[in-house]
Design a protein around this ligand. Sequence first.
Ligand code: C5P
Length: 244
Amino acid sequence: MENPVIIALDFENAKKAKVFLANFDDQSPYVKVGMELFYAEGASFVRWLKEQNFRVFLDLKLHDIPTTVHKAMKVLGGLNIDMVNVHAAGGVAMMKAAKEGLLAAGAHHTKLIAVTQLTSTTEKVLKEELLIKDIDLNDCVSHYAKLAKNAGLDGVVCSVQEAASIKNVCGEDFLTVTPGIRLSGSDTHDQARVATPGEAAIKKSDYMVIGRSITGAEEPVSTYEEIFNEWRESYENNSFPTLA
Ligand code: C5P
């Protein structure tokens, strides 16, 4: 069984990320490189990760006109990354252009997923700032997921609470990549909607994006393994521990 954890490398530079990754000397976990690290270090750090056999999710959340996104994805597709994302709010033409950009680079294996609504967007922001008034947040997330599916994307970033309904709408093979995961009894930091690894397994999360619970742990490797074990036990036993 594949370990569904993607470790968020939320470090300010490659040096710090490499010190952290040295803990994993005999295994190469799936890692996520976000804007901070990519803007600091650029493509060379991504190339280094791939040379070391890490799987890489490049979390750059592209959102621009279709031509620009096509060209940008053609460049990113050349990095041999395993997953990359765009904002569904860019629309179907933009998402299709993103997919075509990857294919133009020969990146047929690179999963392309969409951000639906950011988890920082509340019902109030949706209605009062974005003026999306006729639909609630959950329905908006499902709608954006459907658009992503229709545009030929492979999945979405979503909360654990949204994963099962997205699978209902978009099919079991449509990937759900979920942040906001915490082991029971641990710090929730600034995440508003959190779930345990076991809950993520039952609620149909395909991948769990986990940052501080692992990067800030005294024993990152054993925490990484503990998370996988909880996920696997829940998956096999169809029950999960709660956060309380
Ligand atoms: O430290 P923590 O486990 O909260 O990190 C979660 C990671 O997932 C961060 O890199 C964060 O940017 C990312 N993320 C998120 N919520 C989203 C999309 C991405 O927390 N909706």
